[in-house]
Design a protein around this ligand. Structure first.
Ligand SMILES: CCC/C=C/C=C/C(=O)SCCNC(=O)CCNC(=O)[C@H](O)C(C)(C)COP(=O)(O)OP(=O)(O)OC[C@H]1O[C@@H](n2cnc3c(N)ncnc32)[C@H](O)[C@@H]1OP(=O)(O)O
Length: 314
């Protein structure tokens, strides 16, 4: 049933991610990797549009992909599975329907974080802190996943949407996109990653502060000029083509090199240059022993394209 729904939503040529299709692929490629991840969710649609690329689509279009409790739960499960899936080398996130996302589901929020359980203030605070950490973990799971996460934003990207995109590695948007740190307008300080990650993404604390204090909309051209997104496409279709092409390109490269790069970029973001250099020296004392280096060097000497090299799964 779920697959029938997914098939009707996805276009031709897009393969739906299901235990059966993945098992068939594993058999046909001779792969013998353990259990197949079963990606069946209420708020997400997961497919494999290109070799080694997984597409995670926020999928509550009639509610503008507002992030309800199921979403906050499912995103972690989805990304923790992807992290363990050696068939996946790059991930694309996008939104179904009119916009990318309207942020947290305001109806759900009223019944969840606004009514913490507990017999007294201390116990309510204790429980609320645990809950906030769970919300935070939803987007931290995108960083925890060592495969590069590319996000493609069209239309509105509000509140929790900015938290989400801040945790991605590469951001694209369409011309009609806009971003809004909306939390102040609903009476709270953003608490699931925007205030921590965004200043490191766009570099200007002044601009982040302005956007966070005023909740003004950041339109696509300004998002590009300030470095929030690296490319702006004329429309959603061309953006999806562009983002999938880039994900394919990344997934054709050595997963040891690509995933080691993500881990070290994130480490260096949060540490001094000296600590970052120390970390990668220790990292590469193992990873330089990969056969991928010899394969890549051989291909370069033979003037072959890197795309012709077959790298083992990681
Ligand atoms: C510990 C907590 C951590 C997380 C914090 C996160 C905080 C935030 O995300 S703050 C931001 C909250 N979001 C908003 O304030 C946005 C509200 N929505 C809108 O402004 C508009 O919907 C939007 C501009 C995004 C799109 O406008 P459009 O005209 O295209 O759609 P609508 O007709 O307004 O909506 C269509 C249906 O979707 C429902 N909906 C939209 N947004 C939400 C939402 N955030 N939560 C719940 N439901 C939402 C809307 O009610 C319509 O439903 P229906 O009436 O049943 O058709």
């Amino acid at each position: 049933m779920a697959n029938r729904v997914v098939n009707s939503v996805l276009g031709q040529g897009t393969r739906v991610w299901s235990p059966v299709s993945r098992a068939v692929r594993a058999m046909s490629s001779g792969a013998g990797s353990g259990a197949s991840p079963s990606h069946t969710y209420e708020t997400l649609r997961v497919s494999q549009p290109r070799e080694s690329v997984i597409h995670v689509e926020l999928h509550r279009p009639e509610k503008r992909n507002a992030m309800n409790q199921a979403f906050w739960r499912e995103m972690v499960v989805c990304f923790d599975r992807i992290a363990e899936d050696s068939d996946c080398r790059a991930v694309v996130v996008s939104g179904a329907g009119k916009i990318f996302t309207a942020g947290i589901d305001l109806m759900d929020m009223a019944g969840d974080v606004l009514q913490p359980e507990g017999d007294d203030a201390a116990r309510r605070a204790w429980n609320l802190q645990r809950k906030i950490r769970e919300y935070q973990d939803t987007f931290s799971s995108l960083e925890r996943c060592s495969k590069p996460v590319l996000v493609a934003v069209h239309g509105a990207c509000v509140g929790g949407g900015v938290d989400l995109v801040s945790a991605c590695d590469i951001r694209f948007c369409s011309q009609d996109a806009w971003f809004q740190i909306k939390e102040v307008d609903i009476g709270l300080a953003a608490d699931v990653g925007t205030l921590q990650r965004l200043p490191k993404v766009i570099g200007s604390r002044s601009l982040v502060s302005e956007l966070a204090y005023t909740a003004r909309k950041l339109m696509s051209d300004e998002a590009k000029s300030c470095g929030l997104v690296s490319r702006v496409f004329p429309d959603k279709d061309s953006m999806m083509e562009g983002v999938l092409d880039m994900a394919s390109e990344i997934s054709s490269k050595s997963p040891v090199a690509v995933q080691g790069t993500k881990i070290n970029l994130l480490y260096s973001r949060d540490h001094s240059v000296r600590e970052g250099l120390e970390y990668i020296a220790t990292w590469n004392m193992s990873m330089l022993q990969t056969e991928d280096i010899m394969k890549s060097a051989q291909a370069a000497l033979e003037k072959k394209s890197p795309k012709e090299v077959l790298y083992s799964k990681l």
